[in-house]
Design a protein. Structure first.
Length: 117
């Protein structure tokens, strides 16, 4: 569930990529109507995805936010936006990887079963 090595590094880069595209797409397309709440709705998931805290949930939220941006703004680069949405949902399915707070909180545990009597 929390792969290490090359796969863990790739998941770390995917987390950073999803967070960066969320911030870039949010500020590029919603800049004229940016309020505190929109800033919060973009910044909080991006920060938590970068850190790897509750990654599947916030990656799915990021996908829905970017889908809302795509539907409301209808930017000219729809392929870019769809790719960003797809990357968010892929990260939600794959999980955060070993280099995350999730791996520290919910990582591998050693389960010892006592012998039967």
């Amino acid at each position: 569930m929390f792969p290490t090595g090359t796969a863990g590094a790739a998941l770390f880069l995917l987390r950073i990529s999803v967070a960066a595209t969320l911030v870039a797409n949010g500020f590029a397309n919603w800049a004229p109507v940016t309020s505190f709440w929109i800033l919060l709705a973009i910044a909080v998931p991006a920060i938590l995805i970068s850190l790897g805290l509750l990654t599947p949930y916030f990656a799915a939220i990021s996908g829905f936010i970017q889908l809302a941006i795509l539907m409301t703004v209808g930017s000219g680069s729809q392929l870019h936006m769809l790719t960003s949405v797809l990357n968010s949902f892929v990260l939600a399915v794959l999980g955060p990887g070993a280099y995350s707070i999730d791996a520290r909180l919910f990582g591998r545990r050693l389960l010892t079963v006592p012998p039967r009597r």
